[in-house]
Design a protein around this ligand. Structure first.
Ligand SMILES: NC(=O)c1ccc[n+]([C@@H]2O[C@H](COP(=O)([O-])OP(=O)(O)OC[C@H]3O[C@@H](n4cnc5c(N)ncnc54)[C@H](OP(=O)(O)O)[C@@H]3O)[C@@H](O)[C@H]2O)c1
Length: 318
């Protein structure tokens, strides 16, 4: 790999590459980072419409495109969120998803190690089996699906290539990103409002966090912490529990939530029961995610405001 020497660069300021900039978390990271960094957002099939972001449209699994982009930008730091994120797709297409989730991560780790620049990578709570929560950073990993296995391999690869890098294990995330499509909250909230039946697991527990808090946390630790860090939310709750909270907040008198068990809904990827994260290490280092109730209220508010103003700045077209 040929590294461009650190000298005067046509892009001014401190350059941050955010991969997955058109995705849920990448969108939040770009929005938060833009005040401090010159943000170069890598995307592929969805455009990024955010003020002040330099959008770079590549297929990052193409090594030539990856190297050309990184050489041209010559970043001062990287946040790598791009991934094949649907566990069911990863289960059915293990080879394609392995390239995205593991191989690309190793290229980025090599680049950052050679350049000696900060790297934050987003892993997942699905590295755990879900039988012995809450999970600490040093709890043994034992994923039940291929996506989780790939995240474990990506973490290990980073640890070998660039131990100074930060590996953020993310929980279930929610919140508004400016798009109605590909937004779980939107579909759940709108279905509940319309009185439609929404099936939610009573036996699947997570420590969810809103996207904005997650993005703040990652940027807070970028270049300041190394190794694995859990960035979970403060509350352990089931998906059913979250749905009930939303119904209360929406003022719905009659519940249309259909409580289901994991065994009732069979999908290609097995689902762990309870991968709640213990994030006390990060809390002790200044990570302070919004409380769940406030974050859910905020999600409803932003969703309604976003729908009223589809052309609002920073919307994420689907
Ligand atoms: N969301 C969660 O609840 C959650 C929970 C735990 C961990 N995580 C982790 O957090 C990270 C972000 O998740 P997310 O939910 O924000 O993801 P997402 O919304 O599914 O977005 C994935 C991003 O990856 C990009 N991407 C995929 N393949 C690409 C390729 N070949 N070349 C270039 N870009 C490519 C997509 O670009 P285009 O859309 O433009 O193609 C998109 O920007 C991931 O590492 C995920 O594993 C997420």
């Amino acid at each position: 790999m040929i590294l461009v020497p650190k000298q005067k660069h046509p892009i001014p300021g401190k350059r941050l590459i955010v991969t997955g900039a058109s995705g849920f978390l990448g969108w939040h990271i770009c929005r938060k980072a833009v005040d401090e960094w010159t943000v170069c957002g890598v995307h592929r099939s969805h455009p990024i419409h955010l003020n002040g972001i330099r959008a770079i449209n590549i297929d990052i699994t193409d090594r030539h495109q990856f190297e050309k982009t990184f050489q041209e930008i010559n970043p001062d730091a990287v946040v790598h969120t791009a991934a094949a994120t649907d566990p069911n797709w990863c289960q059915v297409y293990p080879e394609g998803s392995e390239i995205m989730n593991v191989t690309v991560t190793s290229w980025i780790a090599e680049w950052c190690a050679e350049s000696q620049i900060p790297l934050a990578f987003t892993s997942s709570d699905l590295v755990f089996e879900g039988m012995d929560p809450p999970y600490h950073e040093d709890s043994p990993t034992n994923p039940v699906c291929r996506y989780g296995e790939q995240k474990v391999r990506a973490e290990q690869t980073i640890g070998e290539i660039y131990p100074e890098a930060l590996v953020c294990r993310m929980p279930l995330m929610f919140g508004w990103t400016g798009s109605e499509l590909n937004n779980l909250d939107y579909h759940v909230i709108q279905s509940l409002r319309r009185g439609e039946t929404v099936s939610l697991f009573t036996d699947e527990y997570r420590t969810p966090v809103d996207g904005e808090s997650a993005a703040k946390g990652i940027l807070h630790f970028l270049g300041k912490a190394r190794g694995v860090l859990h960035l979970g939310g403060k509350t352990r709750i089931s998906r059913y529990g979250m749905g009930k909270k939303l119904e209360d907040m929406l003022g719905l008198k009659e519940s249309t939530i259909n409580p289901v068990k994991q065994k009732d809904i069979v999908k290609p990827a097995p689902r762990p029961a309870d991968v709640s994260l213990n994030s006390s290490k990060a809390f002790g280092m200044g990570y302070d995610p919004m409380a769940l109730d406030s974050a859910l209220e905020e999600a409803i508010k932003n969703l309604d405001a976003g729908r009223r103003s589809r052309l609002h700045q920073g919307s994420r077209p689907a």
